[in-house]
Write a protein that binds this ligand. Structure first.
Ligand code: 3PG
Ligand code: MG
Length: 411
């Protein structure tokens, strides 16, 4: 993917009115709706530090309409204040008269957090950027700004107005987090140090299968280690049987099992599936070899033999990428596979990248996050990029850069 965009250094920021798209979508406590982890909020600091002389309005989202955690951004703005030197204010409006008045009144060095942009029905459309320039959101807000900055890498795979339309009507730049994330992922997709190993787990198999296919067909990965549900899908594709409940679950993913069969037929050598599991039997963990899974309890972790095999491959690798936990680490007794994976990566000298909220969050809990070369704030956006897809928000920034260069050449 071409990623020739402009950055904050290409523009004068002093006194300018800047519309800053962040992704401060956070996990919330299901009972209190309080933010559980504010990593994404803290990640906005390098960009905000570059905008200390500007007048900044922040546009972001929290969850999606209809979900329990679809809240306002008020508590996000309180936490944002802790991470930056500017005065931060919140307004419970996105594009109405109150929001526009507050934007008009912004002083140099102030940050105004607008409310959850997904409160606007139009933001929930997925369309091309040029088409979304006709939304009320863009028509009402764009005239108030000199510059649009996109630092929402974790949402860059969404083609929504706040992410893809402003670059067609305003001078536009990538923020510091966006630059850092794309820099790390570019290294994986261009010239990774070999051997290069991908470890994929978690529940969303339909996001992982295209990554496995792309990484192996473009020869960017030498080994793909699979845990979590995706590991079971590939074992099933190879003819392995599980207990009745797990078979029922896997039957729902038949399409992915078929895809896995095709991938295995081509890349059997590079794909490593679990050879044993940690299963739950009468309230206790029991390790079971894969051949005995038919009569075993539910599998919640990879087993000790697989954990060792994975660690050995990771230790020999020069690039290691992991997305998604490889077991249900939240459940006591079933954290060993995921913890060992993170520790092997943290202790290696390889270029190491982890992504996906759960895995990155767990590295934080273990206190080893700073031992990775890069901890992505993204889950889905990182996977889209690794699957070889174009990220609509990046396409829009690249288009804006081309327009900017053309107009500079003409003047
Ligand atoms: C995320 O956390 O995945 C991003 O913030 C994008 O949100 P979405 O998946 O609801 O579009
Ligand atoms: Mg998501």
């Amino acid at each position: 993917m071409e990623i020739d965009y402009l950055t904050l250094s290409d523009f004068e920021k002093r006194d300018k009115r800047v519309l800053l798209r962040l992704d401060i979508n956070c996990p919330l406590d299901p009972t209190t709706n309080q933010i559980l982890d504010d990593t994404r909020i803290g990640s906005a600091k390098p960009t905000l530090d570059m905008l200390v002389d500007a007048r900044v309005a922040v546009l972001s989202h929290q969850s999606r309409p209809g979900r329990e955690d679809f809240t306002s951004l008020e508590q996000h703005s309180t936490l944002l204040q802790k991470h930056c030197t500017q005065r931060v204010r919140f307004i419970d409006d996105v594009m109405g008269p109150a929001a526009r008045q507050a934007i008009k009144e912004l002083k140099k060095g102030e940050v105004l957090v607008l409310d959850n942009v997904r409160l606007c029905a139009e933001e929930n459309l997925q369309e091309r950027g040029e088409k979304l320039t006709r939304t009320n959101l863009v028509r009402r807000l764009a005239p108030f700004f000199d510059l649009y900055v996109n630092d929402a890498f974790a949402a860059a795979h969404r083609s929504q107005a706040s992410l893809v339309a402003f670059p067609y009507v305003l001078p536009s730049a990538a923020g510091k987090l966006m630059e850092r994330e794309l820099g790390a992922l570019k290294r994986l997709l261009e010239e990774p140090d070999r051997p290069s190993t991908y470890v994929l787990g978690g529940a969303k198999i339909e996001d992982k299968v295209p990554v496995i296919e792309n990484i192996l067909s473009t020869r960017k990965g030498d080994h793909v280690l699979l845990g979590g549900v995706v590991g079971k899908v590939f074992l099933k594709a190879a003819g392995q049987r599980f207990n009745e409940n797990e078979e029922e679950e896997l039957a729902k993913s038949q399409q992915q099992v078929e895809k896995a069969k095709h991938i295995l037929a081509k890349y059997k050598k590079q794909i490593i599936v679990p050879s044993d599991f940690g299963t739950l039997e009468r309230g206790k963990r029991v390790n079971v070899p894969v051949e005995k899974m038919r009569g075993a309890g539910v599998s919640l972790d990879i087993g000790p033999r697989t954990t060792e095999d994975f660690a050995r491959i990771i230790n020999r690798s020069k690039t290691v990428v992991a997305n998604g936990p490889i077991g249900v680490f939240e459940q006591e007794g079933f954290e060993t596979g995921t913890r060992s994976l993170l520790e092997s990566m943290a202790n290696s000298n390889a270029f190491t990248v982890i992504g996906g909220g759960h895995l990155a969050g767990y590295a934080g809990i273990l206190g080893i996050a700073e031992k990775f070369s890069h901890v992505s704030t993204a889950g889905g956006a990182m996977l889209s990029l690794l699957a070889g897809e174009e990220l609509p928000a990046i396409v829009a920034l690249v288009d804006a850069a081309k327009r900017h260069k053309r107009s500079s050449a003409e003047s």
